[in-house]
Design a binder for this molecule. Sequence first.
Ligand code: HEC
Length: 117
Amino acid sequence: MNRYRFIVISFVFIIGLITVSPSSGDTLPGEELFNKKCKQCHKVTEQLSIGPGLKDVTKRRSVEWIEKWLIDPKKVLDSNDPIAQELKKSFKRVMPKIPEMSTDENRKDIIEYLKTL
Ligand code: HEC
């Protein structure tokens, strides 16, 4: 009887471990957001799509710049920001303002994900 109980408890314990194991957290919240809101225009490689490929974007742009850009791309494009002026020359389409990017939380998640590219 004791042996049986031990097996049942071990079994429950192992199932518990599997359920809460970190593998279920492998995808970052920003990745999901990216797939929904950005992927249609951006690849995660260097390859161009409607917009630039975003691999290493956090190395070529500062987090402050990306923040500003995500909040309101048009505002940055209309300013004399030199990076925006370059982008304007290279891309026909203009990145729209993404409503989800108005919250600090979502921008933080997206930027965390961009850092992994
Ligand atoms: C409808 C297409 C479209 C969507 C959707 C879009 N972008 Fe863009 N993005 C662009 C274009 C086009 C550019 C190039 C600049 C321009 O012309 O507006 C750009 C530029 C950028 C840049 C600057 C890249 C560089 O090399 O400097 C970043 C960063 C960026 N986008 C991030 C995002 C993120 C994050 C999302 C999702 C929340 C997103 N974009 C959604 C079209 C899009």
